[in-house]
Design a protein. Structure first.
Length: 211
């Protein structure tokens, strides 16, 4: 999205409570890639319409998006996975402080290795993929089987700073990630079991619904 347009939309968004503002500052200071405001706003609106009872999030970071989802959908149960112990700890503190510990269950570990545990806690009406960009397809295939019939999978960062649309990517470290994200997007768009739309908001949001 054009930067002045996204700034305009952000200026219209209602201000968040103190705890969220504190988390946003921490994320900025420590460069923790929480979801962009315009994108989280769109995702939450889809979720309000979908009204999932149970949500799986891959990539908790400090618990920001988990708490935003929980605020938008107070009845929802959220299972969220974080590989970094310090971030998981920080998320636990914030979730405790927000009084949401009974609604949000943090699983600490690699989402690629938690299949059994996550399955026990499922199935899920919504899955939010927001972790290592190179692994999206693996996450999607692993956890897609735990989605209910009316379920949706939301994937953040699918436009990866525009690199997916660039003819060449100069920075080598981004090149292979851009290629992987392009493969992921193609796979979603051609998938037999899902119908997907890619929304150019924030860093790119894909919404996949079971066919
Ligand atoms: N959803 C959060 C931001 C997540 S940032 C929000 O918007 O508030 C991505 C997070 O995914 C990072 O904290 C990173 O440590 C975590 N992560 C990366 N690979 C992972 C994996 N394989 N399993 C679980 N978490 C992972
Ligand atoms: Mg993200």
């Amino acid at each position: 999205m054009n930067q002045s347009i996204s700034q305009y939309i952000e200026s219209l968004l209602p201000s968040r409570n103190e705890l969220f503002q504190e988390m946003e500052s921490l994320a900025e200071k420590e460069r923790i890639p929480i979801m962009e405001q315009t994108a989280i706003d769109v995702m939450l609106q889809f979720m309000r319409m979908q009204n999932p009872a149970k949500i799986l999030e891959i990539g908790t970071a400090i618990g920001y998006s988990a708490l935003r989802m929980s605020e938008a959908l107070p009845e929802a149960e959220i299972v969220t996975i974080e590989i970094d112990p310090d971030r998981a700890e920080q998320a636990r503190k914030y979730i405790q402080e927000a009084g949401k510990a009974d609604r949000i269950n943090i699983l600490e570990g690699d989402a690629l290795e938690l299949l059994e545990k996550v399955k026990e806690l499922g199935p899920y009406d919504a899955i939010f993929i927001d972790a290592a960009k190179g692994q999206y397809l693996k996450f999607f295939n692993m956890y897609g089987s735990m989605l209910t019939t009316q379920g949706c999978i939301y994937s953040d960062n699918v436009l990866f700073r525009g690199y997916v649309a660039a003819e060449t990517v100069d920075q080598r470290r981004f090149r292979s990630l851009a290629r992987k994200m392009k493969e992921f997007n193609s796979c979603l768009m051609e998938h037999d079991e899902y119908i997907t739309t890619i929304i150019p908001v924030g860093d790119g949001l894909a919404v996949s619904k079971k066919r």
